[in-house]
Design a protein around this ligand. Structure first.
Ligand code: SAH
Length: 359
């Protein structure tokens, strides 16, 4: 499916004039264009996310946040926030769950951090029936102060990463330049970066190894943590990735549920990278809050009562509904599926462990 998209053409002209782009700059362009123009979600789209698999996912995340609010002594006002809400399914499931506690529903305002105008419209549609009226923001730091209850599912994997390659003379930044044919091609940037600027595990990496960092992700995590440290609250960050980042190139493109070349069909396929949970946890601590986990998504959902919830929803239902529920449980929590690759990191003020995250 290699073809020159209009975005690839624009980036190629930019590179011809001004030189190569860092992987981070390339990723920001490609991801921004993708979410602004495409319909990524569902069986007709490019990929399926956990809230699109079943309402149980959002109900469980919502219930965990409600519990955190009760445990904190019901402080007000509450800012219920989602980063990167996609079609708005998770936000709608959480808003519905919040109605179980009328005090919370009365004290909370709903804030969606979303840059794509097209997806904002989808989210407005998904939340049209909800009692809470959403407010949209381009960035998390625009969300008004107040006790924070935040979720981010498959948000951090879309944020730009920088990549560095180990060569004989040291570490150089991986860039997107032009190949001999004039098309986009990966290359090595001029100059080297000191190893001290890279994560500790860079030290043992062999020649040719690729190391990734995501300053954009760390900045968001640190800001959320600082807000939680100052105003109280709790956050659940759910994504695919490793508890401890290793060495290797994890930049990946997905189109129509299949892996694609990251430099083919630029802007028309989804571009993500594995989330480095250890780096997120360090950023949270720098922000002055506590990071818990990450737990594997399957273990988290099962401990939170996924099977019981599926049982309740299946009560009195026919065989096809029950089959769909058990398929959803398998998809969300099964080891070969989302259960182990996806992880859940909790953020709270420094203090006792939140529910399910006992050390
Ligand atoms: N949470 C949803 C969708 C995940 S897709 C779900 O689980 O189904 C990623 C979402 O993040 C999209 O809504 C995308 O438009 C948004 N997004 C990506 N980069 C962003 C950025 N830098 N700032 C704000 N939103 C962003």
């Amino acid at each position: 499916m290699s073809r020159r998209t209009p975005l690839a053409g624009r980036l190629a002209r930019l590179i011809a004039d001004d030189g190569p782009l860092t992987v981070a700059a390339f990723m920001a362009e490609a991801v921004g264009h993708y979410y602004a123009t495409r319909e990524p979600f569902g069986t007709d789209g490019d990929f399926v996310t956990a809230p699109e698999v079943s309402q149980m996912f959002g109900e469980i995340l919502g219930a965990w946040l409600l519990q955190a609010w009760l445990d904190a002594g019901k402080p007000t006002p509450v800012r219920l926030v989602e980063l990167g809400p996609g079609r708005g399914t998770l936000a709608a499931d959480i808003a519905r769950t919040a109605r179980l506690i009328p005090d919370l529903a009365a004290a909370a305002t709903l804030h969606l951090v979303e840059t794509s105008p097209r997806l904002r419209a989808r989210q407005a549609h998904a939340l049209a029936g909800a009692t809470m009226r959403p407010q949209w923001h381009d960035r998390f730091d625009e969300v008004p102060r107040g006790h924070l209850l935040l979720v981010a599912n498959e948000f951090f994997d879309a944020l730009p990463i920088r990549q560095f390659v180990r060569g004989r003379g040291g570490w150089s930044e991986r860039v997107v330049g032009l190949g001999a044919d004039g098309e986009l091609a990966f290359g090595i940037g001029a100059g080297t970066v000191p190893e001290g600027d890279l994560p500790a595990h860079a030290g043992a990496a062999p020649d040719g190894a690729v190391i990734e960092i995501s300053p954009a992700s760390a900045a968001v995590a640190e800001t959320i943590a600082a807000r939680i440290a100052a105003d109280g609250g709790a956050a659940l960050i759910v994504d695919y990735g490793h508890a401890e980042a290793g060495v290797g190139d994890t930049l990946q493109a997905i189109g129509r549920h299949r892996f694609a070349d990251p430099l083919a069909a630029v802007g028309d396929v989804d571009l993500t990278a594995h989330v480095d949970f250890a780096a997120l946890a360090r950023a949270v601590r720098r922000g002055g809050a506590a990071a818990w986990g990450p737990m594997e998504q399957g273990a988290f959902l099962l401990a939170a009562g996924l099977l019981e919830r599926a049982g309740r929803l299946g009560q009195g239902a026919g065989p096809s509904v029950r089959e769909a529920l058990s398929a959803a449980v398998e998809r969300l929590a099964g080891p070969g599926q989302m259960g182990t690759l996806f992880k859940v990191l909790a953020v709270t003020p420094v203090g006792p462990a939140p529910a399910l995250f006992a050390p």
